[in-house]
Ligand binder design. Structure first.
Ligand code: PLP
Length: 381
């Protein structure tokens, strides 16, 4: 059996090596390392794929979130509502910009921010909502957009884990996640569903004026070189990364398909087990399974039980991960933002019970059979 990894970038690269190597060689020959045709081509192709007017590439997903928030003219102390159960980048950027992160609960079925919790957290100072399409599952965007419209709030979608996911509205129209709110943000970190071979990210929007501003902010606040109209930053996707992404974007749907097949295999294997809850797939969403995350329930002993499973799998050379062991409101980073005052029971409940199993585009049935057997062996012992 091939060694099991959380993601197998080596094998994925091997399958497209000749195209990728040629694309890299072309950039090296041109010596246009910043900007250039690959970056422009990629932005255009991604805009077409997402069916959105503007894609502005940047250096990474964290920058994408920062650039998005900088473009909205928020004032220090303005409140931004975000789930506590997310990767640190989402919440960190809010604090970095001297805004106030307001942490709310997720729906324990979808792992995504609970629209009702957003509604309850709104105050006169609330200016924006940052829904996170966690693990590749879409947030309840129709509900979130209704709340945002009602209260005149910006919506910045953190789409770093869900590129390619679909959200279907009640009238049966479908949009890609990240294209529904005011601005969408994504990351091309190597292990993401559309990953490059270094750092990369992008922001997207349908708003022409906002697109212009996002582009300027990512480029030192300038439209014309050396004429700086606003304080920005330096955040670029480089040509090598764009060349690699140009090879990988046409494969994204097949990569998503491969991930869904892995998820289906796991779902079937665990379906009858009382202690395991497999990932929920809401009917409004096409899940792209950036992660395959189980909830493990064993009474009062759930957290220990989960941690023992991690150790048992590791003994059998099966990696697994806890995404995320500490929610934002419990991070030291947010102590001065009143983190300790929050009581987010569902979030805490999840952090003690979640475990993510290996999922990637190159898994085979032998590996999946072994993993599921070992998980069941531990859980049923
Ligand atoms: C990966 C990730 C980011 C940040 O992306 P980087 O490219 O690592 O900066 C932000 N939010 C979420 C939910 C992520 O998973």
């Amino acid at each position: 059996m091939k060694a099991i990894h959380m993601v197998d970038l080596k094998q994925q690269y091997f399958n497209i090596k000749s195209e990728v190597d040629a694309a890299i060689a072309e950039v090296l020959d041109s010596t246009v390392f910043i900007g250039g045709p690959q970056v422009a081509d990629f932005s255009k192709s991604l805009a077409e794929y997402l069916d959105i007017k503007h894609v502005i590439p940047c250096a990474n997903g964290t920058d994408a979130l920062q650039i998005a928030m900088m473009a909205l003219d928020l004032k220090p102390g303005d409140e931004v509502i975000t789930p506590s159960f997310t990767y640190v980048a989402t919440t960190e950027v809010i604090a970095l910009l001297k805004l106030k992160p307001v942490f709310v609960e997720v729906d324990p079925h979808t792992f995504c921010v609970d629209p009702e919790a957003i509604r309850k957290a709104i105050t006169p100072k609330t200016k924006a909502i940052v829904p996170v399409h966690l693990y590749g599952h879409s947030c309840e965007m129709e509900e979130i957009m209704a709340i945002a419209n009602e209260h005149n709030l910006f919506v910045i979608e953190d789409n770093a884990q869900a590129i390619g996911a679909d959200y279907t509205f009640r009238d049966d129209t479908t949009k890609k996640t990240g294209t529904i709110g005011t601005i969408g943000c994504t990351s091309f970190f190597p292990s993401k569903n559309l990953g490059c071979y270094g750092d990369g990210g992008a922001v997207f929007t349908n708003d022409d004026a906002l697109a212009e501003k996002l582009k300027m902010i990512a480029n030192h606040g300038q439209k014309t070189r050396y004429y700086h109209e606003m304080v920005g930053c330096n955040s670029r996707l480089d040509a090598l990364q764009a060349a690699i992404l140009n090879i990988k974007l046409p494969l994204l749907d097949s990569y998503i398909h491969a991930r869904i097949k892995v998820a289906d295999f796991y779902d079937n294997a665990f379906a009858e087990n009382q202690k395991i809850t497999t990932p929920f797939r809401a009917d409004y969403c096409k899940h792209v399974f950036h992660q395959y995350t189980l909830i493990l329930e064993n009474g009062d002993n759930s957290e220990t039980f989960r941690n023992e499973l991690v150790a048992f799998l590791a003994e059998n050379n099966i990696p697994s991960m806890i995404y995320y062991p500490v929610p934002a409101h419990k991070q030291k980073m947010f102590a001065s933002f009143g983190g300790a005052d929050y009581h987010l029971e569902k979030t805490d409940w999840l952090t003690h019970r979640v475990i993510s199993l290996p999922i990637h585009t190159e898994m085979d049935e032998e590996q999946l059979t072994f993993i599921t057997q070992k998980v069941l062996e531990f859980v049923n012992k």
